[in-house]
Write a protein that binds this ligand. Structure first.
Ligand code: UD1
Ligand code: CA
Length: 507
């Protein structure tokens, strides 16, 4: 059972606390992943604040989980009581559906066994730690087992009150604690395992006689003891892993700690991370052996980095698949695929739908969108490639623009294999360039180019001799031109070279 009904007022946010994200997942999603690793018979999330948003998120990331609505009575105790009602109700429903009702009254059916309660705001607890808590609980035969921690500053937490023999007697909330209890450094993590029957009986007795007027789940501990149950505690080996997130400072700290854990796990799995402090890897990212991550890299979402690939420095990739042995240098990429041994960057913007083939190249100051760039094809410099298909082995000259937008609609450009597009071309879609075609520098391609044809449409160059000295007299350009004309070896009066006709006059 994951408690997620609180408002999280200390976040000061329009977004519910449990929907804030670290390592690419919400706090609640982290809690759900840890819970899932226990392979529980049922999972229930208790909601109230921003109910629709939280429930919709649960349906998205953990569709198997049940939702329990907490009513107007505040407090963690009430939250668990509401969760228990839903678990019992589904037990009844399952029994009816399975025809297993027999002699027992359907309405008397209740869940049995261990109930693990965690919080939606404690994202660093692993399934492994929860598993150890459950094992301790069942091996000892406890009624309640609490995950606790010893922390340097216990302010704000519930304190674990132990008797002279070391037995756990009660949990006292910070606001209700005596001065002496305030000095206790063992705190309640808010994570517990309860025997279902003990929990149900104790919750029925929990009142609201405390400083906050809430039903405290923590009161169950003393009540379970009074009923003769055994209460145990397991001290977490790493106290920082059970810290809750209540404000944005703690959110950032939890994010940094989780990132360190993720980055270290990848280093142990054979990835070179040059600067762990500036490398951010989301929980769902995967990396191959001998990948190298240089300084200042953020890998988000479902990004996959192939073996032997190098990413960075200073790159942000979200849902990008990078092939084996590829090189990605100073790139901003989203929803894109980079083939094996391809090279991207520096200063390249890969937008959604970009697919670069094996050994393809997308170079400096190039932006691509919805573009398939074939194996070994190159777009090396200063280009925009939008809504395009580029065949294998084709080279796109510097400064080429794929004009995909007529102001109303987007159109596609198809470039065949082994095409040579000259520099500074404008390809006006929809247009097709056949295999092996060439285009001259500065061509505006408005019509299809057949395979093997050369397309040129730049007008012949005209040189107007002496124009600068006549029309811009006294300028540095005119003086430079005059010096060049008078220099030994220059042939005064000889018209300069060029393809076009020479004009004596002015045009
Ligand atoms: C709680 C514990 C405290 C423990 C601390 C650990 C109680 C009374 N206190 O205090 O002993 O040290 O967690 O982090 O349990 N929630 C609901 N419904 C509610 C109130 C809260 O579902 O009516 C949920 C919250 O969304 C949150 C969790 O319960 O996920 C804990 O609530 P919070 O208000 O943060 O409790 P703390 O004051 O931190
Ligand atoms: Ca809390």
């Amino acid at each position: 059972m994951i408690l997620a009904a609180g408002a999280g007022t200390r976040m000061r946010s329009a977004t519910p606390k449990v929907l804030h994200r670290i390592a690419g997942r919400t706090l609640l999603h982290h809690a759900l992943v840890a819970a899932h690793e226990l392979q529980p018979a049922r999972t229930v999330v208790v909601v109230r604040h921003e109910r629709e948003a939280v429930a919709a998120h649960v349906a998205e990331v953990a569709p198997h989980a049940l939702i329990a609505d907490q009513d107007d009575v505040p407090g963690t105790g009430r939250a668990v009581a509401c969760g228990m009602s839903v678990l019992d109700a589904t037990t009844v429903a399952a029994a009816v559906a399975g025809g297993q009702v027999g002699d027992r009254s359907v309405l008397d059916l209740q869940i049995e066994g261990a109930v693990v309660v965690t919080s939606g705001d404690v994202p660093l607890v692993t399934g492994e730690l929860l598993g150890r808590l459950v094992d301790a609980h069942t091996e000892i035969g406890n009624a309640v087992t609490i995950l606790t921690a010893k922390v340097p500053d216990p302010t704000g937490y519930g304190r674990i009150v132990r008797g002279t023999t070391g037995d756990v007697m009660a949990i006292v909330e910070h606001r209700d604690a005596t001065d002496e209890q305030h000095r206790i450094d063992e705190i309640n993590s808010g994570i517990y395992v309860f025997d279902a029957a003990v929990l149900r009986d104790a919750l029925a007795q929990v009142g609201r006689d405390n400083s906050q007027g809430e039903m405290y789940l923590t009161d169950v501990v003393a009540l379970a003891r009074e009923a003769g149950g055994r209460v145990g505690a397991m001290i977490a080996p790493d106290a920082s892993a059970v810290e809750g997130v209540n404000d944005r400072v703690q959110l950032a700290n939890a994010g940094a700690q989780l990132n360190r854990r993720i980055v270290e796990a990848w280093m142990r799995a054979g990835v070179t991370v040059v600067d762990p402090a500036t490398t951010w890897i989301d929980a769902d990212v995967t990396l191959g052996e001998d990948a190298t991550i240089l300084q200042g890299v953020q890998l988000h979402g479902s990004t996959r980095i192939g073996s032997g690939a190098t990413v960075g420095p200073d790159s942000t990739l979200t849902n990008v698949a990078v092939g084996d042995g590829a090189t990605v240098t100073r790139v901003h990429g989203l929803d894109a695929v980079v083939g094996d041994r391809a090279t991207i960057g520096p200063f390249t913007y890969l937008r959604p739908g970009t697919i670069v083939g094996v050994k393809g190249k997308v170079g400096g100051f190039v932006e691509t969108k919805n573009a398939r760039i074939g194996d070994g094809a190159k777009v090396p410099h200063l280009s925009y490639v939008g809504d395009a298909e580029i065949g294998e082995g084709t080279n796109v000259g510097a400064g080429t623009i794929f004009v995909n937008y007529d102001g109303v609609h987007k159109h596609r450009t198809v470039v065949g294999a082994h095409v040579r597009i000259g520099s500074d071309n404008t390809l006006i879609a929809p247009v097709t360039l056949g295999d092996g075609a060439y285009t001259g520098a500065g061509t505006t391609v408005r019509h299809d180019v057949p395979p093997g044809a050369l397309a040129i449409n730049s007008s012949p160059q005209q040189n107007v001799d002496g124009w600068v000295e006549r029309r811009r007299p006294g300028t540095q350009s005119a003086e430079a031109a005059e010096r060049a004309r008078r220099a030994p070896g220059s042939h005064e009066g000889l018209s300069s070279g060029g393809q076009g006709p020479t004009h004596e006059g002015e045009s």
